[in-house]
Design a protein around this ligand. Structure first.
Ligand SMILES: NC(=O)c1ccc[n+]([C@@H]2O[C@H](COP(=O)([O-])OP(=O)(O)OC[C@H]3O[C@@H](n4cnc5c(N)ncnc54)[C@H](OP(=O)(O)O)[C@@H]3O)[C@@H](O)[C@H]2O)c1
Length: 279
């Protein structure tokens, strides 16, 4: 059994437990790469207004033979457009860029807490959902305190929080909060953006037991934590490899061993959402 399983979000939308990242996939080559991923069976796609590739994602969808309704397409609101009216117009612009009539998932890209406008952006998201522009609304890089404030001020919690997570930064406390509040976690840079994680000896030894690659073991570790990894891979070989992770199970001990690799300073780019801001 190697087909992709699914999970239901708090608002009822069902999505695959592994997705596909598209950062840096742009233009003709990007569209071909994303189309290949659709052909290989990926159904959940991540993009962002700031990646300047919503058009590329839309083009890949049109080139593929898979119906739009079978795909779960995501984009994100940049930090410079958190004001209510601007957020709504940006979602519309996002749709125009992709040539789509709705997004399945739309996320606030960063909370930018020093600007203190993320609640306004969230109110626009609630409105956009009512208008049918998006099916499910969520956030990225939100700390528990940011999400608690959304719930307090609007009564609506995000369906998803997309955060940096990989064995060098396992986000145990944040995952616990998500779990307790019914927020599904997506993991960005699940492979550490191809850094030395993919040469880690400890994970390599576990990979050998299952005749799998280090990438496969890392992505399997995400899945067994109940987290949706969204690896980006331009080559079909990597795309195929990354989704062939449903025919083996890591033991509790192996999960613990991989968890023990986490470090306080394990973030890939030192982007702590309490202080880091992106526009
Ligand atoms: N919300 C946010 O703030 C945020 C921030 C960062 C990223 N993201 C999203 O998360 C997605 C994934 O993160 P990411 O792109 O930063 O990094 P990543 O998915 O952890 O790593 C991508 C890198 O790993 C390589 N790779 C993929 N599969 C491989 C395999 N099986 N073996 C060896 N190398 C492999 C890729 O190479 P090739 O391309 O050459 O195959 C690429 O260089 C992004 O694309 C984006 O959609 C969101």
């Amino acid at each position: 059994m190697n087909s992709i399983q699914t999970i239901k979000l708090s608002d009822g939308l069902t999505i695959p437990v592994i997705g596909f990242g598209t950062y840096l996939l742009r233009g003709k080559a990007g569209a071909e790469s994303i189309k290949k991923a659709i052909d290989l069976g990926y159904r959940l796609f991540d993009s962002a207004f700031n990646y300047e590739n919503e058009g590329t994602v839309g083009e890949a969808i049109r080139r593929s033979s898979v119906a739009r309704e079978q795909l779960i397409i995501t984009s994100k609101l940049p930090g410079r457009h958190h004001r209510f009216k601007e957020a709504l117009v940006t979602i519309e612009e996002s749709l125009f860029r992709a040539g789509l009539t709705y997004y399945d998932i739309y996320l606030i890209h960063w909370p930018n807490p020093l600007e203190n406008l993320y609640v306004e952006a969230w109110q626009a998201f609630i409105e956009a959902k009512k208008m049918g522009l998006v099916r499910s609304i969520g956030v990225c890089n939100f700390l528990p305190e940011h999400m608690a404030r959304l719930e307090q001020e609007t009564g609506v919690l995000p369906s998803i929080n997309q955060i940096e997570m990989h064995p060098y930064f396992n986000q145990a406390d944040q995952l616990k909060w998500h779990h307790e509040h019914g927020v599904v976690t997506e993991a960005w840079s699940p492979l550490g953006r191809g850094n030395d994680l993919l040469h880690n000896e400890v994970i390599g030894n576990i990979a050998m037991i299952y005749s799998k690659s280090i990438s496969q073991v890392v992505l399997r570790w995400h899945i067994q934590h109940g987290v949706i990894p969204i690896p980006k891979a331009s080559s079909p070989e990597h795309q195929m490899e990354n989704k062939n992770i449903f025919d083996f199970v890591l033991s509790d001990k192996e999960m613990d061993v991989i968890d023990s690799l986490t470090r306080k300073d394990g973030r890939t780019y030192d982007q702590n959402p309490a202080v880091y801001q992106e526009f």
